[in-house]
Design a binder for this molecule. Structure first.
Ligand code: FES
Length: 321
């Protein structure tokens, strides 16, 4: 758990179901909800079993209204347990939260913006599209969902989005979307890891500069549902099970194996440890390693990535990244 001073008490004021398995939470922090940079998230302290843990949720909207911050949480029974804890809350519940911070800030001044959201990745995009509209910027929001019932905020975003519903045969043509963007335009992507990997590939194929692509990830999104897996730490001769509701990083720390970390969002690469052997499959969930590095399976970002089966790591050998 982070240092105590970062946490502030808050109360859950109201909940509202805004799509199938997506619930909006209105949270009033003690001292009042302050403005935040577009693309911000808050961390919430949750108990997973008996273990305290934190979960990050993007704020919905360009700023607080009616004295509350809003988040939307998708219920994911097969994830690490945070969404189930959130969905168990009723109005009046007391919470501990951290003030908003942003790793996904909107950079003003681009000639055009392409916003691409997949599933629950719509949450930071609501504020972005509202802020861009208020600034009179040229922006296009493409929102991909599996089925129409899973699309949230459609009324709020009416007239500002292009909805692509997978089971109605409407998929996103990333190459065409990028080709239609101003040559100096920027793309912002938030969604499942598969969508973000595809977006990164398409951006690179189009010869666009990496600094004009911004991506927001969340650790619950992988190629496989979160499940227990076994890790053997070769340099400590230690074997442990990483439970479905804990990260590899936390499980290692709990066993006394400290691995340096920073973002804990799969973006900075600081927590990457060497993979010595894989019996099963690695579920790379980070945005740091390249496609080639993920195929090589020589490294795993311990903060977000997981495995199916058993992996052997060497935490004493820090990779040259
Ligand atoms: S701590 Fe940044 S990628 Fe894991």
């Amino acid at each position: 758990m982070e240092h105590d001073s970062m946490w502030i008490p808050a109360v859950l004021r109201r909940i509202e179901d805004v799509a199938e398995d997506i619930r909006l939470f209105e949270i009033e922090p003690d001292g009042g909800a302050t403005p935040y940079p577009t693309g911000s998230h808050i961390e919430i302290e949750v108990l997973i079993g008996d273990e305290p843990a934190t979960r990050s949720y993007s704020l919905v909207g360009a700023g607080p209204t009616e004295g509350v911050w809003r988040i939307a949480v998708k219920r994911l029974p097969q994830s690490r347990g945070g969404s189930e804890r959130m969905w168990a809350l009723a109005p009046g519940a007391r919470l501990r939260i951290a003030r908003p911070t942003s790793h996904f800030e909107l950079r003003p001044g681009a000639p055009s913006y392409l916003l691409l959201a997949g599933g629950i990745g719509i949450t930071p995009m609501v504020g972005m599209v509202e802020a861009l509209a208020a600034a009179g910027a040229d922006a296009r929001l493409v929102y991909a969902v599996r089925s129409r019932s899973q699309a949230a905020f459609l009324d709020r975003l009416a007239g500002r989005l292009d909805l692509r519903v997978d089971d109605e045969g409407a998929v996103v043509d990333l190459d065409a979307e990028i080709a239609g963007l101003h040559p100096e335009g920027e793309m912002y992507v938030c969604g499942p890891v598969g969508l973000m990997e595809a977006a990164r590939r398409a951006w690179s194929r189009a010869g666009r500069p990496a600094e004009r692509l911004r991506m927001e990830t969340f650790g619950s999104s992988g190629h496989h549902p979160a499940q227990d897996f076994v890790v053997h730490v070769a340099d400590r001769d230690l074997t442990l099970t990483v439970p479905a509701n804990r990260s590899l990083l936390d499980a290692l720390a709990g066993a006394g194996v400290d691995v340096a970390s920073d973002c804990k969002r799969g973006e900075c690469g600081l927590c990457a440890v060497q993979l010595v052997a894989v019996a099963g499959e690695v579920d790379h969930r980070d945005l740091f390693l390249s496609d080639h590095q993920k195929m090589e399976n020589a490294l795993i970002c311990a903060c977000v990535s997981r495995a199916v089966g058993t992996v052997t790591v060497d935490t004493g050998h820090r990779a040259h990244l």
